[in-house]
Design a protein around this ligand. Structure first.
Ligand code: GDP
Ligand code: IMO
Ligand code: MG
Length: 493
């Protein structure tokens, strides 16, 4: 395995892993894989604890949110870069949990320029999400980035300047409460209810009043615990690059969720394509040698609101369903039934498709090659395929190669979209995309277990035909194939 990885990466020194879809494609698995086999340092540069990255090593499972997935490897440095949004309490908890399991975390560094999240941003996120219907993770990510862009955000370095920190927080609270009362017309009691949400915990209330002094003292206390890990990570990373270290950039979310290239407004608030990742790590683009874009295949998923042309059945089916209720269903019966409702449940249960951060059911659909081609323009042609094993028992698989527009006549991107128009370019407008119906190529399934296969040549013929069709339609080059969640279930092509 090591030899084939060596010939894949050759003399690359800076490699990035990003997602070409709506997140949850297995970035965690591959970040850890590269940390274990190649990287001296893993750097994250976008998002915060909206991310949930799963790493499976034999019978142990870890879920990372803020800490890069190289942290299990004592020799690997892990850097939380300038483009991230950091909730110090979540960071402390994640560090404590890993320390309890015996990981030293001596090698973690946090950018002093990263913006951070307090209960105020979480409050604002929960409140706005109720009105927008975006279905955010309610972790305060959007409001933190909004403050950053408005130039009134709070950075990690500010935490250590007590007066400045208190002043900024007090001003922010005033602003948030003003919007809550005057725009959303919430009473003090309703505002307090939001502060009792499980993501905040109700600890920061004094009666129905927000106790800003408590927030300030709790966050400053937390900050002192990781003070010695805060540094200028841009200098640190660039020094590492100059001294010839192997640097892995760990993406979060996915390009279709990017604030620049995603299905706006159903997106996250950072640019999670390779462009945003480089910026969020503080690395000059010319230093990047290789980018691997992950593609869940031949099905894909989305969690939260927003259009999803190839979705199988629809979201209303997921209401009230969770890991417990799913136990009533038998996979072989769902497979035999074969209707869209059963197939949706089958993929969700077989693929273990519940959000690693929020536990929400992920929405499954077929691979969308129109969307993939869009992401490849940003992230380059080298891709990693994940989760094909989930579809090993299906008779047929579908791949979407174009859409038919089914909405009312409308103007978009310099053209008139009329009912029946064939669409080959990915529209990032949620409004247009929600009226796009998929056109599929249907291919024979491979009907053979693949989780123990170790070489591309040994994969079933039908699967290789479908993979090659994907490459042909999109000009992607498949570089690796994951055939199960564990590190060793990885084929280097
Ligand atoms: P991330 O956010 O991109 O890091 O992905 P998540 O960890 O949120 O979701 C990916 C899920 O798929 C996790 O449960 C992984 O353990 C799992 N996984 C990754 N690769 C494979 C694979 O090839 N096959 C299967 N069955 N599971 C996989
Ligand atoms: P990883 O790194 C999947 C989605 C949310 C919501 C939208 C905005 O695990 O792949 P936010 O809280 O960021 O403002 O929510 O983005 N979202 C993700 N979906 N995987 C993620 O991260 C996500 N991070 C955010 O569900 O639709
Ligand atoms: Mg995830």
């Amino acid at each position: 395995m090591k030899n084939s990885l060596d010939s894949l990466v050759k003399d690359a020194k800076v490699i990035a892993i990003v997602c070409n879809q709506w997140g949850d494609t297995g970035k965690g698995k591959f970040s850890e894989y590269f940390a274990n086999n190649w990287a001296d340092v893993v750097v994250s540069g976008t998002g915060g604890n909206n991310a949930g990255h799963t790493v499976k090593i034999e019978d142990q499972e870890f879920i990372f949110h803020l800490i890069p997935c190289g942290a299990l490897n004592e020799k690997t440095a892990n850097i939380i870069g300038n483009g991230t949004a950091v909730d110090p309490i979540v960071l402390m908890k994640e560090m404590d949990d890993l320390k309890k399991q015996g990981y030293s975390l001596n090698n973690i560094f946090i950018s002093g320029d990263a913006h951070f999240i307090t209960p105020l941003e979480i409050f604002f996120d929960i409140m706005e999400d109720k009105f927008s219907g975006i279905g955010t993770t309610c972790r305060g990510i959007g409001p933190s980035y909004a403050m950053k862009i408005s130039r009134i955000g709070v950075r990690i370095n500010d935490l250590f300047n007590e007066e400045l920190f208190a002043e900024k927080l007090e001003k922010n609270l005033e602003k948030y409460l003003c919007i809550a009362r005057n725009v959303y017309k919430l009473s003090d009691e309703q505002i307090a209810d939001i502060f009792r949400h499980k993501n905040i915990g109700g600890d920061y209330l004094n009666g129905n009043k927000v106790d800003i002094k408590k927030i300030i003292s709790v966050y400053q206390e937390a900050a002192l615990k990781f003070k010695e890990k805060v540094t200028n990570t841009v200098y640190l990373i660039n020094k590492m690059i100059y001294s010839g270290k192997n640097v892995l950039l760990e993406g979060a979310q996915g390009t279709l969720l990017s604030i620049e290239f995603g299905t706006y407004p159903y997106v996250t608030s950072s640019d999670c394509s390779i462009t945003g990742l480089l910026q969020g790590c503080g690395i000059n683009p010319s230093k990047l040698d290789l980018t691997f874009g992950i593609v869940k295949w031949p099905y894909m998923t989305r969690v939260g609101g927003g259009p999803f042309p190839t979705e199988i059945s629809n979201e209303s089916l997921d209401k009230g369903e969770n890991k417990e209720t799913e136990k009533r269903f038998k996979l072989d019966e769902l497979l035999k039934a074969g209707d869209p409702v059963s197939l949706r449940r089958y993929l969700r249960i077989k693929g273990n498709e519940s959000g690693a951060t929020t536990g929400r059911p992920r929405r499954p659909g077929w691979i969308d090659l129109v969307a993939l081609k869009w992401s490849l323009m940003q992230n380059g042609k080298d891709i990693i395929i994940t989760k094909p094993d989930v579809c090993s028992e299906l008779d047929e698989i579908n791949m979407c190669f174009s859409y038919t527009y089914c909405g009312q006549d409308t103007y978009y991107d310099g053209q008139t979209f009329e009912k029946g128009k064939m669409v080959h370019q990915f529209p990032t407008s949620a409004n247009i995309l929600s009226h796009c119906r998929p056109n599929y190529i249907t291919l024979k399934g491979w009907k053979q277990a693949i989780s123990k296969i170790e070489t591309y040549e040994d994969l079933p013929k039908e699967m290789r035909i479908a993979l090659e069709k994907t490459e042909l339609e999109t000009v992607a080059s498949i570089r690796m194939i994951s055939v199960g969640p564990e590190r060793r279930q990885t084929i280097v092509k």
